[in-house]
Design a protein around this ligand. Sequence first.
Ligand code: M6R
Length: 606
Amino acid sequence: MCGIIGYIGEQQALPFLLDGLRRLEYRGYDSSGVAVKNGGITVHKKTGKVADLEAKLPASVEGTCGIAHTRWATHGGVTDENAHPHCSADGKIALVHNGIIENARNLRNRLENEGVKLRSETDSEVLVHLIHREISNGAKPLTAVRRTLKRARGTWGICVVFEDHEKIICARNGSPLVIGVGSGENWIASDTLPLQTLTQQVVRLDDGDLAEVSADGIKTSRFDGRTTDSEVTSLDGEWGEAELGDFPHFMLKEIHEQPEALRQCLTGRLDIKNGNARLGGIGLTAKQLQKIPHVRLLGCGTALNASQVGRIVIEELARVPTLAHVSSEFRHNNPVIETNALHFAVSQSGETADTLAAVKEIQLKGGEVRGVINVVGSTIARQCGRGCYIHSGPEQSVASTKAFSNMVAALSLFGIQIGRARTLSREKGKKLVKSLQKIPKLVGDYLEAPGPIEEVVDLVKDAKSVLFLGRGISAPVAREGALKLMEIAYIPCLAYPAGEMKHGPIALLEEGSPVVVIAPNDSLKDKTVSSIQECRARGAKIILIHEEGDPIAEEADISIPVPATDPMFTPMLTVLPLQLIAYQTALALGCDVDRPRNLAKSVTVE
Ligand code: M6R
């Protein structure tokens, strides 16, 4: 949450800062600000979008070193004062911060008792005053930052500029920072997205690292003062196309990228001859896979829904007990960890704090965790060390779409791989591999003719609430549909396994209530028909997502057919109309599709 960009070099800093902020806006968009060194330090901050900040800037802000921030509020409301950068009282030091300073209240009280006037309600501001005090006592910038952070508790990714020093000091603990390496210039960013067009060489900071960045050098060191080697790695091939192109919104673009994203995920991983799949990065032999007592998947939001689909696929294909857990709950419930069990952390961003904390909890108890991650080199990917990348390409819309499909595809590949090592026959494996191979094309076919989405929008856009139902593998798909519609169109949505509907949610139904039912052509379909009839008997309107040509369409008020596939892989098709329903409804209601209120793309606070 929140984005940071910094520049130091010979060129003007502001254009880099503004372009970086625009690219990072998906991480937080309550307010933004810049600080540029130009003799003194000029700071401009503004609530609202980056465009609002730009509109407020004077015609020119000269300077070749600066830092900038786009905020997702945690401590303190959305005001200009609470926007970053924060400055020392004399205006000679400016700081931007991602993360949370947990002992900020205590530090604030002490500073106030000493006569320091704090200008914001944020936890971050204390840091700049403490750094200022160290500098006033004669400390060099790096030492001043290090000493300050020793007094802080919590998480940070910070960048600090000083009027009297030609360098940016940055530090990381729990909130990522990457340094883009140039020639006679360097950039700092909270993720690699704004660096893509600037450089392919990066230094990734680890937790506990500090860096002193000047135009012609990067010196990294640890919290305890030890210097470290700044290992330069390449971004080569890390990301696909990150621009909006001809699409009006990133969400729509990303929905339409699913065929290609799925191809990227499956390419090279299907062993058609042996009816098997290869996820080499998992680092487990067939022998080791045979001995695994159980599999546990951890994720949040869409990643959790994808994990729940994966849970069913893995358990079905490998006959190994498999569970999916809410990361934030798992970590706090003192889980029993079997050291020879297999754990997966599933995350698009690879930065989700709850999932990262769950990974650390498992590792602390001697367990091993593999990542199922989109962003290469992200914190969770590196914390796990092993795993598989889902290769969705950049996902910038807050509402996750193509990452869901690719997480499901990656977990399906793993299901086949572990299945073949255990009970799955070659013949059945071959059939599955062939079906999986066809999924990208089928997804493309559906997206070309998506059915009567507008009719659904008319039915749901003014509804008090929308109920989503599905059974078996379609129950998590129902949850995913509800999450999408709720987060971008702000319509209260409830998702239930269809069989549970009669145990409570049925009380909500009245004449005209929209109910979205996901009923692919699997062994549970007939039971779902009973649930549909129970809803219809109470006056509900049924929006039915089903297999093309299936007579179940007659049960629908609005029928949306999707192409047929193996029952195990239906989620990659049935989720598509749900994504489009959410997108079109949000548009019809005038919502900001890519930047829904109160949310941010990567949730790096617990
Ligand atoms: O980056 P992650 O996959 O770990 O993110 C997890 C959730 O925060 C994320 O899926 C969130 O629920 C999305 N906004 C859903 O569209």
